[in-house]
Design a protein around this ligand. Sequence first.
Ligand SMILES: [Zn+2]
Length: 200
Amino acid sequence: MVDYLTAEKSRIYIFKKPICCHICAHDTFIPHETYTDVEKPGIKVLFVHNTAICQQCGFVIQFGDPSYYDGEKDMYRWAFDQELIEEQPLLEPHVPYIDKKTMDRYKRCIPLALQLLIRRNEAPGKLLNLCGNDEYIAIAQYFNANYEETYSQLVARDCLVLLLNRLMEKRLVNPDELVKVLQSEEDLSLEAFLKASIEK
Ligand SMILES: [Zn+2]
C-alpha cells in the first residue's frame, strides 16, 4: 500500500480493487494529484483531487482516497496501491474491437456533447456541420489532440472522450453524475444524460 500515487504509467488499486476506465474498461493510467482551495480562497485549506488519465482512450477519471485511521489496530490503512508498468515497445498496434451498437452510441453522443460546448462558447458551431471522420478530426484538431492513428472507430471513441473531458473540466456537467451514468449498464443512459443537460 502506498500513501500517494506517483505520476507514472500504472495500474491503480483502491483497497486491492483495480480501477478501470469508465469508457473503454482498460486499466492503465497515469495518475495526477491536483489541489484546489475552492471553499474559501486564501485560507489555504487544500483539497486533494486524485485524477488519472486512461492510457488507452484518454478519459480522465476522478476518485477519492478512502484511506482511514484504524483505531483498534492503531494504524493508518492506506487505500491506494500502484503497479508500475514498464514501457514495452509494441510490435503491432493493438486495435481494440468496438461493436456496432457501442459505436452507434458514440456517434449519437458526440453531437450532443458538442452542442453543450457550443452553447457555452467552448467550441465553434461549425463543428456541428461536419460529419463522420471529418467531424472527429476537426474536433481533435480544435482541442489540440494529436491522433497518429486514423482508425475511424478509435477516432470516434477518443473524440467523445475529448468532449466529455472538456465538459467536466468546464463544469458544464457534474463529473460525479457523469461517472455514475457511464458506470450504469444501460445503453441509452449517456445519451439521455446529455439530452437532459441540453434541455436544462
Ligand atoms: Zn479509457
